[in-house]
Design a protein around this ligand. Structure first.
Ligand code: TSJ
Length: 636
């Protein structure tokens, strides 16, 4: 008996040692991302408890030493002896791989959906972890270090509390980064709160002198999420349309509302995790929306019998939607294993949305009419855009590759070696053309402000000369024609003045790239050049400073005196070709900022561009006040 117990013990240790040996296998990475994942793994357990109907509050606290406490007011992790292991279930949860939460019981077990691995992994990757459980009038406690049990589970004494409290300190020999970001946690916790109606989630940060605290609680759930996402645009009707139901064991919730813009902002979630590549749940939603609105439009004579059906895209123009499903065994497929494959998810979403939406439209004909009319306009614009697109296609086919006249192309034809500078203004464009290294650097000057794609329909965007020039120069095509393998340059470098106007133009360009060629950003091909802010001259020697801090540093190094000449650059135009090469274009010396994006943050990126480029002033002012430094938001 005791020998058997010993053997089992060793096996358990091996289980968690495996996690410490290959942490990436269990939490994706040991970077900041993996670190934050630890918190989500723990929080997921409390969210499950909320979904089961037993927990209404979750508190997350970041302590001064970067340990984190997660507390909930659920039933408490069971403390009874688990027969198979011969020890308290609590200990099993923390010491056996994949044991977290598998106690049967009702409700939907959602963690473990995409990459859920549970409490034992967090334990294995923590310097120490302590758990308190408050159940049936008593408090229980256990402590672990690097996954090893430090004491048997203790029954501490009576309590009138109920719930679970876990505190852990991530192991700094495993993680490259052990400092939690309040903002990153805040963003994800807000998302969870929107997706779990009624649940209150509070985040506290005790690291600063004044404790920061923020609480999220949405009785309206994903309907409030849609309202929140549409706060900086103009809705076409005041309702948020909401459909909910359970079919084939798939729990479905959908909320949406149209605005007067042109973007489709549809986000799908499976078990509270965003699915950037969609899948069957998204397909089910799209199918039901398209069919129901076409049926409605014809029945109400809003379309003629001879009219073509509205396409899905037409109906989704200006649509903000959240699709959230809970499913017990999600299957993911596609190249990156991120696309939901369960066919029962498609039929569940399709039938629930079709049924509920038809009823809603019957009862709200004014809204139905508004949506159909908006879609008909979109259909007409799309026809015009298709004609424009066919024109450009025919043109390129006829002329071989007709590159824009303003482009000074490079001679090297291997895209890996090639860069294109998108330069604001003809004069800076001229200097850049003189300065460049002709073999590998192409220059495309753009005149003035480019079109704000947040406020224009596709046909207008495709007709814009500056945008056409970029599309042809890149070689990739756009939107549905986009083909990244045809990209002619592996570095697309946006070079604008280091002032407010320059920042605005960069943002316009990034908005365009993000909306129509997001893979360029996702694959890391897009950069911002960083021109210097100051030139300092002393004894015929020139120094360049790229920030105020650097200016101060250079001045303290060379000595502050009368002979220093400090010039503040107001624009690229003030530099001659040689200076431009030296400071901003020479690959050996220049500073480039790579623009990156994290798919998990797609909702907030979309929001950022809508706020920055949309037409409501108040949200923009708020956003700019909160994010005073432009460059800080580079990492979209
Ligand atoms: F990650 C974790 F396991 F450490 C953890 C679990 C952390 C935190 C902060 C909370 C929890 C947790 C687990 N909260 N609530 C629960 N509930 C259960 O484990 C539980 C309780 C009772 C029953 C039952 O069937 O009676 C079933 C379950 C899953």
């Amino acid at each position: 008996m005791s020998a058997e117990y010993g053997a089992e013990q060793i096996q358990i240790l091996e289980g968690l040692e495996a996690v410490r040996k290959r942490p990436g296998m269990y939490i994706g990475s040991t970077s900041a991302r993996g670190l934050h994942h630890l918190v989500y793994e723990i929080v997921d357990n409390s969210v499950d408890e909320a979904l089961a109907g037993y927990c209404t509050e979750i508190q997350v606290t970041i302590h001064k030493d970067n340990s984190v406490t997660v507390t909930d007011n659920g039933r408490g992790i069971p403390v009874g002896i688990q027969e198979k292991a011969g020890k308290p279930a609590l200990e099993v949860v923390f010491t056996i791989l994949h044991a977290g939460g598998k106690f049967g019981g009702g409700g939907y077990k959602v963690s473990g959906g995409l990459h859920g691995v549970g409490a034992s992994v967090v334990n294995a990757l923590s310097n120490w972890l302590e758990v308190h459980v408050y159940v049936d009038g008593y408090e229980y406690f256990q402590r672990y270090e690097r996954g090893h049990v430090m004491c048997d589970m203790q029954k501490i004494g009576p309590t009138d509390k109920r719930g679970t409290m876990v505190t852990f300190l991530p192991d700094d020999t495993i993680f490259e980064e052990t400092i939690f970001s309040y903002d990153v946690l805040l963003e994800r916790l807000r998302e969870i709160a929107f997706l779990t109606k009624g649940l209150r989630i509070t985040l506290r940060d005790e690291r600063e002198e004044h404790t920061a605290e923020k609480s999220f609680h949405y009785e309206g759930g994903i309907s409030e999420y849609v309202q929140y996402l549409n706060k900086s645009v103009n809705p076409l009707y005041s309702d948020i349309i909401y459909c909910e139901g359970i079919k084939n064991d798939v729990m479905v919730e959908v909320a949406f509302q149209h605005n007067d813009g042109f973007n489709e902002n549809v986000y799908s979630f499976v078990n509270n995790i965003i699915t950037p590549e969609g899948g069957t749940h998204l397909a089910g939603f799209r199918g039901a929306l398209t069919k129901t609105l076409n049926d409605y439009g014809r029945k109400m004579k809003l379309m003629k019998d001879s009219d073509e059906n509205l396409s899905g895209e037409d109906i989704r123009e200006g649509l903000t939607a959240i699709i959230s499903i809970k499913i017990s065994e999600p299957q993911f497929g596609g190249q990156t294993k991120q696309k939901l494959g369960n066919s029962e998810a498609r039929t569940a979403v399709e039938s629930i949305v079709a049924e509920k939406l038809a009823i809603y439209l019957e009862q709200n004909p004014a809204v139905g009419k508004t949506i159909v009319e908006k879609s008909v306009l979109a259909q007409r614009a799309r026809d015009a855009a298709r004609k424009a697109r066919e024109m450009t296609r025919r043109k390129t086919a006829l002329d071989g590759m007709s590159l824009p006249g303003k482009l000074a192309d490079c001679s090297d034809k291997n895209p890996e070696n090639c860069e294109i500078y998108i330069v604001e203004g003809d004069s800076a464009g001229g200097s850049a053309k003189t300065a460049r290294s002709r073999a590998t650097q192409a220059i495309l000057p753009l005149r003035g402000k480019i079109l704000n794609v947040e406020k224009a329909r596709m046909d207008k965007i495709l007709a814009n000369k500056e945008i056409q020039a970029m599309i042809t120069a890149f070689g990739t095509g756009i939107d549905e024609d986009f083909d990244i393998t045809k990209l002619r340059y592996h570095k697309i470098i946006i070079m604008t003045d280091a002032d407010v106007d320059g920042a605005h133009i960069s943002t316009l360009l990034l908005t365009f790239l993000y909306r129509f060629m997001p893979d360029l950003i996702r694959e890391g091909y897009v950069y911002l050049a960083k021109p210097p802010l100051y030139k300092i001259e002393k004894n015929r020697k020139e120094y360049y400073a790229y920030s105020d801090e650097e200016l101060a540093q250079i001045l303290s190094e060379i000595g502050r005196d009368q002979n220093n000449k400090i010039q503040r650059y107001k624009g690229l135009g003030e530099m001659d070709a040689e200076q431009l090469w030296d400071t901003t274009m020479d690959p050996a010396k220049r500073i480039l900022l790579r623009v990156s994006m994290d798919d998990a943050k797609r909702v907030s990126i979309d929001e950022t561009f809508t706020i920055l480029m949309g037409d409501k002033v108040e949200p923009r002012r708020e956003f700019i006040e909160k994010n005073a430094k432009y460059v800080k938001n580079l990492d979209i």
